[in-house]
Design a protein. Structure first.
Length: 670
């Protein structure tokens, strides 16, 4: 029961609880008298969890205790009332938790609430609340709140047009330059695939460079292995303005050299020293950091992500965007994942609209303020996380061979019931219904941990820590756009309550780096989807289409015949004509089709050259396994040439996509 009235102008919550319960076996038989107490937590008011005294050996305990909280009415306040049975030998038994939205209560009104948990368990709660609204805004924050593009990216977009407009004029053979409103935003999107994706991306980019399309691109996104290519390229401030042969030749040296030296005693001592240094800086270290150091020894010297600002300060190269997902232990990736994007300017979670300077990522924040500055990580540690092959769990392995994890949900998902009694309290749709969470028993907890625990995670201090969700956060169109986790209606359990972000390779959900390009603020008109996945070449695109459909994200319809799915061509154009607002999509699967008979577009191979066209991409003896760390020079050159050829051989479709985008931009202005 609760009542709201004004008390001396203070923002306080008064709680008084009476609870009756018993302790039961799975069959419902009573085992013993209980020593029950109630834990009360309102994290938007205090980090401290309060609790009543434990009533010993009583199946009908009664408390008369009062708790006070200061409430900010502009945030989402959800009170958690948890019932425990105290145990002097083992951990206290968690019987259930009730989630109650404080916004249901009105000033000056007294309401009696009975939270009935089942036929034998009943919890009766009394609240007395008084508040007054107080609005104050911080004069300075060290994080950026908002969904708009940062000032630096907006400035980059203006400068990039100085390269894009002349390039489009040349590619489309226009008589005049395009006006600003006629210029489409073109993005190159890649998928992961270890060294295969690293190598193939070099070939694709060289093909785009030869067609003058690379200068038409505004964004370049990557995950997993393609982030290694991008990191190498952006060490050169003018890489896209030069011939890529030198870059490809340099990468060949790294790809073909023996990697065994990276595991020598000398290197192992160096790795240990670096990991100890990170610990002294206050970071959480894991095997993923070690993997990042190994990658650094494989591929390049130490640089930082923010150093790449020099490669985009004049708009001379596409803006690189690296992707990862934030996950939680004890939850499968399908149940909880949040998109994280990294640029040379910012790192942020687009779901919440919270961003931090790249130089400050990994530092300690609280309530939007920088509490402890930590030196910026070298990019190798980010690469270890962007390509964290070791962050799998049992459910991920299960999903590799099964299309659904429904079988395991009874063990891995919490049992949650809606216990809102009718008539419900007067309210609005923005108020959350009262719910009851019943935790699993010891066996269920053990099995859940076994299924969802990840081998290792990249853990970084969360720059969202201490921030609070607005009371109407579920009404935000931008939040709903990325609302895809089982915890989205449990605001106390979301990322702003965590001390650390838990980051893994995006490929553990969908092998795609497309999500940052689907932000409405970036207004992307054309996406070149360069697929380097192992196995099914269409799977990642199908998963992306399904995800966008479920989330209400505008995306072109992908319609492939069964014949095409069995025998993929080099390129497909999906113009999105039936989906207004969708970008034009060019899909390039990594296949060896006409390259078998042609060494260049229109140039057939001689009999002596036919062997060069036999590139085994996915066979059991293929040199291009995702887990291969070393290629022969021939294998490396063949993959680069194949990826380049597939771009060059589909120049007409690329030009058609660009023309379609320009025509739509002109039509929108009319």
């Amino acid at each position: 029961m609760s009542s709201l009235s004004m008390h001396g102008g203070e923002n306080t919550v008064t709680w008084k609880g009476e609870c009756h319960t018993g302790r039961f076996s799975p069959g419902g038989a009573m085992l013993s008298q209980t020593d029950c107490y109630v834990s009360l937590w309102l994290p938007t008011a205090s980090n401290e969890k309060f609790q009543t005294k434990a009533i010993k050996n009583c199946k009908d305990p009664v408390w008369n205790e009062t708790f006070y909280f200061r409430i900010q009415s502009q945030v989402k306040n959800v009170l958690e009332l948890a019932l425990y049975d105290k145990d002097v030998v083992t951990q206290d038994d968690h019987l259930f938790t009730v989630y109650f939205d404080i916004a249901k209560l009105s000033l000056g009104e007294e309401v009696f609430l009975h939270f009935k948990c089942d036929s034998q368990v009943r919890s009766e709660i009394r609240h007395e609340i008084a508040w007054q609204e107080c609005v104050c805004y911080p004069d300075h924050l060290d994080v950026r709140l908002g969904f708009d593009l940062c000032i630096q990216e907006q400035d980059f977009l203006c400068k990039r047009k100085n390269y894009v407009i002349p390039a489009l004029k040349k590619v489309l053979q226009l008589e005049q330059d395009l006006l600003d409103h006629e210029t489409p935003v073109v993005a190159i999107m890649t998928t992961g695939g270890g060294m295969r994706s690293l190598t193939a991306l070099y070939g694709s980019l060289r093909g785009l460079k030869k067609l003058n399309v690379l200068d038409c691109a505004t964004y370049l996104t990557g995950l997993s292995g393609t982030t290694w290519t991008m990191s190498n390229l952006y060490r050169d401030a003018d890489w896209s303005q030069k011939d890529l042969d030198k870059q490809i030749s340099e990468a060949r040296k790294h790809m073909t050299k023996c990697k065994i030296n990276s595991f020598s005693l000398e290197y192992l001592k160096y790795y240990k020293k670096q990991l100890c240094q990170r610990k002294r800086e206050g970071r959480k270290t894991s095997f993923i950091d070690l993997w990042g150091l190994v990658l650094e020894s494989f591929l390049h010297d130490g640089v930082q992500l923010s150093d790449q600002q020099q490669a985009i300060d004049r708009g001379q190269n596409p803006l690189p965007i690296y992707t990862a997902i934030n996950v939680k232990n004890n939850y499968s990736t399908l149940d909880f994942k949040e998109w994280v994007e990294f640029t040379p300017y910012e790192v942020g979670l687009q779901k919440y609209g919270v961003f931090v300077r790249t130089e400050d990522f990994g530092s300690e924040f609280f309530m939007g303020r920088l509490m402890k500055k930590v030196p910026e990580s070298r990019i190798c540690f980010l690469e270890g996380m962007w390509s964290s092959l070791f962050s799998f769990n049992v459910l991920y392995i299960w999903n590799l061979s099964h299309s659904s994890e429904d079988f395991w949900h009874r063990w891995t998902r919490d049992h949650i019931d809606n216990i809102e009694e009718e008539p419900a309290l007067a309210g609005t749709p923005r108020e959350l219904r009262t719910r009851l969470l019943t935790p699993p028993g010891p066996l269920g907890r053990a099995l859940r941990a076994a299924l969802t625990e990840r081998a290792c995670l990249a853990r970084e201090h969360s720059f969202l820590r201490g921030l609070q969700l607005h009371r109407r956060y579920l009404e935000s169109a931008r939040f709903r756009r990325w609302r895809d986790t089982v915890l989205d209606t449990f605001p106390n359990q979301l990322t702003q309550s965590d001390e650390f972000l838990s980051l893994v390779d995006t490929g553990f959900f969908i092998n795609t780096s497309i999500m940052p390009l689907l932000k409405p603020e970036r207004k992307v008109d054309v996406i070149l989807h360069l697929n380097y996945s192992a196995g099914s070449q269409i799977q990642a695109l199908d998963q992306t289409c399904k995800y966008c459909s479920e989330q209400g994200i505008v995306f072109p319809r992908v319609d492939l015949s069964e014949e095409d799915r069995k025998n993929l061509k080099e390129c497909y154009l999906f113009d999105g004509a039936e989906t207004p607002g969708a970008p034009v999509l060019l899909f390039f699967p990594l296949v060896n089709d006409t390259f078998q008979k042609y060494k260049a577009p229109g140039q057939k191979r001689s009999e002596a050259e036919m062997e060069d066209g036999k590139v085994d991409l996915y066979g059991c003896c293929s040199p291009y396994s995702t887990y291969s760390l070393q290629y022969t020079e021939k294998a490396y050159d063949c993959l680069v040439q194949l990826a380049e050829y597939n771009i060059l051989n589909n120049e007409d479709l690329i030009i058609q996509a660009l023309r379609t985008a320009v025509a739509r931009k002109r039509q929108m202005k009319k």
